[in-house]
Design a protein around this ligand. Structure first.
Ligand SMILES: Cc1cc2nc3c(=O)[nH]c(=O)nc-3n(C[C@H](O)[C@H](O)[C@H](O)COP(=O)(O)OP(=O)(O)OC[C@H]3O[C@@H](n4cnc5c(N)ncnc54)[C@H](O)[C@@H]3O)c2cc1C
Length: 469
């Protein structure tokens, strides 16, 4: 429960109607898209601007109240679960596209703007904002920035980090800083913009962002390559890149994922093959035609049994939408869906795909795999039931084995979903003790009271490492 003096002052800052501590609202913000980390906040607040955010942060510092900044809560790492209660800060009233600057090719946004809304708005001006997480219909830019989210276009265009030019951030002590700006170049001091991107709401609250835009590509084409062997599909990925072609999209789905996605999307996806690659190229019509022909040849040489090129934009959109719906479709399979994010260098994709299959067999768990193959970023997804304790132990052990394998192949425990509470126990696998110590030093310097999204990134006892004898 919040101190009553705190509550009075909070209502004075934002207006009483924008603070709620009723049970229903607290329950609604007690969890996010990650299973099994539910924790009640004490209250929820919706500020209307950066000044209100600043006053809220100062008030929380004075009363020692934890703050959980929250976009749409679609993160998959328990990044917005209020581990220590406190105040959930929403940005639903800070959701404006403030400016599209056509001379500097930038967009300035508030953190609550929905990703797809930005993409649509800039496309109307023949401009392009490439980061397109599959959740883009509901995710916010504040969330994307704080998770450094990737998307289907990451292979050619990079991830959110590559498009953040400047930020306005309210620090845990209540100071507001501005980093970067509408600048192609800026080396004035430490690169604070990069520090805040991917910081998972643990270092401050982003109240405004300046994002880089590109000219909209002239045209694009999409194809689906079908495989009878998982490894052929995985090998095709590195073969395409080795051919010096960088497709805009290069996605992988295995047979169990295809079956579930087709059942959900009903667009005629093949369900009788072992795997598919969904490939898109964009650019000038000549370059796209040339690349698509080369890609089709490479895929056939590497074992593709069929190569289908989408003949209309609608067909292409349906394929991409189906891929984006993979998690939602898989979530229908069982009461609990755990989606992971192991990532390896592209050249190790085939080994990683094989390892996931073997690990699933060894631990007797159902794992469907899809992901951003071109980025080496796989989403092994386990359909399970959190109420079955014995099965959950096997699931945890399987994922631990997957992370260990990914790291041993030069990869990482998360390519785009972040650490949060979910992967905190595995962070050391990737960054080692010394890496964690350096990160903690940054956290301590900026947030000595540990009020900003506490218990994220650094392990408590959130998800225990499991040993099955
Ligand atoms: C179906 C589905 C598909 C997905 N596909 C992808 C994908 O393709 N690629 C990908 O990378 N991710 C994907 N995700 C994960 C998720 O959508 C992304 O991490 C997304 O960026 C989260 O946005 P959000 O608005 O929901 O943020 P939230 O989940 O609300 O928050 C994410 C993090 O950002 C912090 N935060 C939010 N706003 C602010 C702010 N203004 N200031 C400071 N901190 C803030 C939060 O504290 C939290 O740590 C998917 C999730 C789902 C459910």
């Amino acid at each position: 429960m919040l101190n009553s003096e705190f509550s009075i002052q909070l209502k004075e800052i934002v207006g009483a109607q924008y603070v709620s501590d009723n049970q229903a609202d607290r329950l609604a913000y007690s969890y996010d898209a990650t299973p099994n980390f539910q924790q009640m906040p004490d209250a929820v607040v919706s500020p209307k601007n950066a000044e209100e955010v600043q006053q809220i942060v100062r008030l929380c510092a004075a009363y020692n109240v934890p703050i959980v900044p929250r976009g749409s809560g679609t993160n998959l790492c328990a990044g917005t679960c209020p581990a220590q209660g406190g105040l959930v800060v929403l940005f639903t009233r800070m959701n404006r596209l403030l400016e599209i600057d056509e001379e500097n090719l930038t967009a300035t946004v508030q953190p609550g703007l929905i990703t797809e809304e930005l993409i649509h708005q800039v496309e109307k001006k023949a401009l392009f904002y490439p980061p397109d997480p599959s959740s883009m219909k509901i995710s916010t830019l504040g969330g994307n920035i704080n998770e450094n989210s990737g998307g289907l276009r990451g292979l050619k265009y990079g991830v959110t980090r590559d498009y953040v030019l400047g930020l306005e951030v309210v620090l845990p002590n209540g100071d507001t800083i501005k980093t970067g700006g509408k600048l192609a170049k800026d080396v004035a001091g430490y690169d604070m913009t990069r520090l805040f991107v991917g910081s998972e709401g643990t270092l401050g609250i982003v109240t405004e962002a300046t994002l880089k835009l590109l000219p909209l590509p002239e045209t694009k084409q999409t194809m689906l390559c079908l495989y009878e062997s998982l490894e052929d599909a995985a090998t095709s990925v590195s073969a395409i890149i080795a051919e010096r072609i960088i497709p805009a999209t290069l996605e992988f789905m295995d047979q169990p994922t295809l079956e579930v996605v087709e059942d959900f999307a009903k667009i005629g996806l093949p369900t009788d093959v072992r795997a598919v690659l969904l490939i898109e190229q964009d650019g000038s019509p000549e370059a796209v035609a040339r690349d698509m022909k080369k890609i089709a040849d490479v895929c056939r040489r590497n074992g593709a049994t069929r190569v289908n090129i989408a003949t209309t934009n609608e067909e292409a959109d349906a394929l991409l939408t189906a891929r984006r719906s993979a998690l939602s479709a898989l979530a229908r399979l069982s009461p609990t869906t755990i989606l992971e994010d192991a990532t390896v260098p592209r050249s190790e994709m085939a080994k990683m795909v094989r390892a996931i299959e073997e690990i699933a067999k060894a631990y007797e768990v159902k794992i469907c795999t899809f992901g951003h193959a071109g980025d080496g970023n796989l989403h092994p997804t386990c359909a399970t039931d959190a109420r079955n304790e014995e099965e959950m132990k096997r699931v945890e052990a399987a994922f631990q084995a997957i992370f260990e394998k990914a790291v041993s192949l030069g990869g990482t425990i998360t390519g785009e979903h972040g650490v949060g509470m979910m992967k905190a126990p595995y962070l050391e696998l990737k960054v080692k003790k010394e890496g964690i110590a350096a990160m903690k030093a940054i956290k301590q310097a900026l947030d000595p009271g540990h009020l900003m999204n506490p218990d994220k990134i650094f392990a408590k006892a959130a998800r225990k490492r499991v040993v099955i004898s």
